[in-house]
Design a protein around this ligand. Sequence first.
Ligand code: ADP
Length: 461
Amino acid sequence: MPPLSRIDMMATLTIEDPSIASERAENRPEEDRSNDRLRLESELRALTEVAKTLTAPLELPELLEAALQRMAQELEPAEAGVIMLWDPSAGLFRAAASIGFDREALGRIGIRSGESITGKVYDSGKPLLLENPESVAQAMGNLRTANLSYLQQARRKDGIPQSCLAVPLQVEGRRFGVLVLQTLHKPAAFAYRDLPFVQSLADLIALAIDRTNLQAQADASRQARQEEHMRSEVMAALSHQLRMPLSAIKGYASALLLDELNWSEAKRREFLEMIDEECDGMETLIAEMLDSALIDIGQLKPEPQPLRLPRLADEMSGEVQRRSEQHSLLVDFPADFPLVEADPHWIKQVFRNVLDNAVKYSPEGGLIVVRGEARPADVLVSVADQGLGISPEDLIPLFEKYFRARYHNGYHIGGTGLGLPIARAIVEAHGGRIWADSKLGEGTTVYFTLPLLPTLAEEAA
Ligand code: ADP
């Protein structure tokens, strides 16, 4: 039987009887023993340094890279090394950090379970020492052609490595991947005695990976809990906001239906107007919820067409003006304003959300100016009000879903925290940007950009 691998021998290596080991050590010349001592001291130093490095506040790939570098300094024969981590969603091992390889080519490699050295070491959970090109070739025998070609590009060399030492990365039965060290030019470079050092280092690396994974899981579940909490709060607020107009509508309608009372024509009209107004409010609320749900499931698909923005701005401002006598709306676009490339249905929604806010958050009325400016590559629209304004801390999360500023100067202003995120999703789906500028107590300006019609943009360029 060919000496396929030394997996089984390696497994016994770490459980050598200590009395035999010490007896053997005592029979060796003094010079050898002093070299061993120096080597052990140096390895211990390297392990301590790597342990320190792995607790640094860096991203995982950087930590792994630093650990590999330090290992290569200590283990002089290693000319190349890679940490292959298992990606469960892809069902593949991918390179997470490397030294001595072309990173781009290495990044294209995707190793399957059981494939090549990485797959075998991961499956067995045991280290593997391959001392010559023949045994390396045998272990890499089932490496798929595309992977072999990427590996050769990554090594900038044909053929296969001269020798290899691979150890699993695992903590208490949780396996993450494999650390593979290779010599590209030097034959029979790794020895059994390198194993304890390399395995200890791999264990430190595995601990760092474990810690990062646990941290990521904790962060994700904290975020999920926060989102869930926010969603419940919003649902409660929404139910309340839907119930209020509904109760009003029910009240007016029931009153109108009372046979005993003979309402005057003016009173009947007043009640019907109230019902009409409350229905409008409910419609807006439900539309926002629906738009947000559409965006969530990726159904925001604008159908851009050449669009005259000044006309749309006029139409939307007129709509808002009719609903508020307290405010004066002014639309200011230059006469030669260029055509933009946008979907009128969705852009109307942006104007509606931003203008509704301008009205809602200036409860004492004031001027609202909608302005357009043509720029070389796009157009800039701004909506400025003279309302309550927004504090600098609240400006940061302003466009996040469900966010509502904490301070409305004692006014109770209803809302869902969905209007601006919807506006942002729409503007970004058109290739534009949206942001706001504000001063507490002085007013807010919301800006958004939209791309020019492609032909106009080309001419401008
Ligand atoms: P809402 O339904 O709460 O109005 P939005 O997403 O439209 O949700 O707005 C998020 C928050 O941003 C609002 O709750 C409000 O605090 C603040 N905001 C938005 N527009 C303005 C504005 N023009 N002036 C002051 N605050 C604003």
